[in-house]
Design a protein. Structure first.
Length: 424
């Protein structure tokens, strides 16, 4: 994409783009559907180009400088377009977990003894829009959790069943109006349209979870730099979504404070030597350049065991914070019987084992699935959210991601809401 010209209409219909806007990085990926008739998976996502740049102008759910964020977006898109040799006109964009809220809504539809039709199920979704979620928030997703038909409960698919009253339990995810408007404006300044806003945790789940996990019950944690997003599934549908405002950056910050060094070297030390496994001899040391020094002349020797102590202390706090959040919400215990972790900070050595020991649950580290293309980064946990946006886009292009736009208010705001889709 030219940084100064508007988009041209040269993008193939089966090509789509994802924009993962995080607190530490902005990642753009351009992909297309790969229809391999010899593949067991059928249609997969083929990555044509992917690029990341340092995120500026955003922290969690707060936009702090639109111009800085615009620069970060333009840089990542421009690099991805050069690799893909494609020019994009629109993107699928994530919304940060910090901004999202879960709502459990129940609707009732009178059937008068008639069989349940698709129109009744759609009406249940329409009725849910009338629920009072406040004027400052907008619906992003609606997921049916369960159906009750008269005295029959927990029906997965009530179509063609006859009864008098259809009761639907829905999981509704909302986001702040102003965040959506500001992100839309910033992306618009980059000469791009928004195909859809997608809840970040849901996108990560699309790329990392298998269908059996979602049916049998699973909780996924996307451990990022500044926060941990949580999404729980049972019977194939999301039943809870939440966020913890702590992540890998907090470990890095603790190392920088404890060793009196800068953040970039603290991140390097965490990556090279960070572990939660085993014990280290105090006699093993590493040289750490002190804060304010520009060379290793005045580097201090620090024991590796002290570095591990700093990392372990914060990791234990993070695990305890996860436990507090999960225990403070009414999540079906079946959805908590196994954990999947992903995100850049899930790669900390020993984190999986520490969580298994603490929760006494099965824990696996997940990487994106169903991807083909260039580079090793697309097969790492760091790419999970962006990969999920591409999976979402592919479903949208195939027509398997059922959707309906929210009712549009008038004027400019109405056109903004036209970008926001409501997905089942």
């Amino acid at each position: 994409m030219s940084l100064f010209k508007k988009k041209s209409n040269n993008i193939p219909s089966e090509t789509f783009a994802a924009l993962d806007i995080g607190s530490s990085k902005v990642c753009c990926a351009i992909a297309k559907m790969n229809r391999d008739i010899n593949s067991e998976k059928g249609v997969t996502v083929k990555i044509l180009g992917v690029a990341s740049h340092v995120a500026k102008g955003i922290r969690g759910a707060s936009l702090i400088n639109l111009e800085d964020l615009e620069d970060s977006i333009l840089n990542s898109i421009h690099s991805a377009e050069q690799l893909a040799e494609q020019t994009i006109r629109s993107v699928y964009v994530n919304l940060p977990a910090e901004a999202l809220q879960s709502h459990c809504i129940t609707t009732k539809i009178s059937l008068y003894g008639q069989p349940v039709k698709d129109s009744h199920l759609q009406k249940a979704l329409d009725v849910s829009r009338d629920q009072n979620i406040g004027t400052t928030r907008r619906i992003i997703h609606i997921f049916p959790i369960a159906y009750d038909l008269d005295d029959s409960t927990n029906i997965q698919d009530p179509r063609d069943m006859m009864g008098d009253t259809l009761t639907t339990t829905l999981h509704v995810i909302t986001a702040p109006v102003h965040l959506i408007a500001n992100l839309s404006a910033c992306i618009g300044r980059c000469h791009l349209d928004v195909n859809a806003f997608v809840a970040g945790p849901y996108a990560s789940a699309l790329s990392c979870l298998v269908d059996d996990e979602k049916e049998m019950g699973v909780t996924m944690l996307d451990i990022g730099s500044h926060s941990i997003s949580i999404i729980s599934f049972y019977n194939g549908s999301p039943v809870y979504l939440g966020c913890i405002p702590v992540g890998g950056h907090h470990i890095t910050h603790d190392i920088a404070q404890g060793l009196n060094t800068n953040l970039s070297q603290a991140e390097r030390l965490k990556t090279l030597y960070g572990t939660l496994l085993g014990t280290l001899d105090d006699r093993e040391t590493i040289l750490v350049t002190q804060l304010g020094e520009d060379n290793t002349t005045f580097a201090n020797p620090v024991s590796k065991s002290f570095l591990m102590h700093i990392i372990k202390a914060r990791a234990e706090e993070i695990i305890e914070a996860i436990e507090r959040v999960l225990s403070s919400h009414q999540i079906d215990p079946i959805a908590l019987q196994r954990f999947v972790i992903t995100g850049g900070s899930s790669q900390l050595q020993g984190l999986r084992e520490a969580m298994q020991s603490h929760f006494n649950r099965v824990v696996r580290v997940a990487t994106p699935q169903g991807l083909q293309g260039i580079g090793d980064v697309i097969h790492t946990p760091t790419f999970s959210l962006c990969a999920g946006l591409l999976q979402y886009a592919m479903r949208d292009h195939q027509g398997t991601q059922l959707s309906r736009a929210l009712e549009k208010p008038k004027g400019i705001i109405g056109r903004t809401w036209g970008w926001i889709r409501n997905h089942v």
